[in-house]
Write a protein that binds this ligand. Sequence first.
Ligand SMILES: C[S@@+](CC[C@H](N)C(=O)[O-])C[C@H]1O[C@@H](n2cnc3c(N)ncnc32)[C@H](O)[C@@H]1O
Length: 243
Amino acid sequence: MGKVFVIGIGPGGEDYMTPAAREGIMSSDVIIGYKTYIDLIRPILGDKRVIDSGMKREIERCSLAIDLAEEGHTVALVSSGDPGIYGMAGAVLEVKGEKNSPIEIEVIPGVTAVSAAAAVLGAPLMHDFAVISLSDLLTDWDVIKKRLQLGAEGDFVIALYNPKSKGRVTQIEEARDIMLQHRKKETPVGIVRNAKRRGEEVIITTLGEMLNHSIDMLTMVIIGNSNSFIQDGKIITPRGYHL
Ligand SMILES: C[S@@+](CC[C@H](N)C(=O)[O-])C[C@H]1O[C@@H](n2cnc3c(N)ncnc32)[C@H](O)[C@@H]1O
């Protein structure tokens, strides 16, 4: 009986992949993942069997990983960032249950986009924060709006995954409007594209101005709380120390 590793490869830069993730990949003989992620780790794959597939085939990928493990293979199912954060870990465990499969599944965490982006911006997550995905492909927009509303009311720093895509452009505008009902337009906002990987771009702006900047699916948006401030080009959310 083989095994499935569900591996977070981090944000993309080679230095940000953990030794455990690298080891999991090295000890696997089949690597499965979305093509973009496979391409990020291609240099360390050597002549391993690689199965890459399109974005919307997550369940097939999980099912295939389990079938191959049952045949005796050690399989690495790779996700960007952390596989347990909008990644593949949940789906593969659900599919294992569905198939009633006895194979072992080991989840290896990775540096998730919000940590990578926060590091680029300075220290915006030093106090309570909420992570919200603006993708309404699998979640009703009303539910997402409610979470934005409550996060804004609770004065959480808000980190937005999947902020905008080619076909999904109004959600970020609505999210900004909800935030503005509870926060000043001067509230610091960080927009990081390709955090900790090739092509990194950083913008530090405000809630009032954030929509004047380019935001897409390779971007993470972090909106400060009522105490966040900008200093020397970095966003800081104070922890509350008395300096
Ligand atoms: C489906 S989620 C996957 C998240 C991933 N499992 C993680 O832990 O980072 C994809 C979204 O994560 C964000 N993202 C992932 N990697 C990023 C990076 N290096 N820089 C900025 N945003 C990133 C973007 O918002 C993107 O639309």
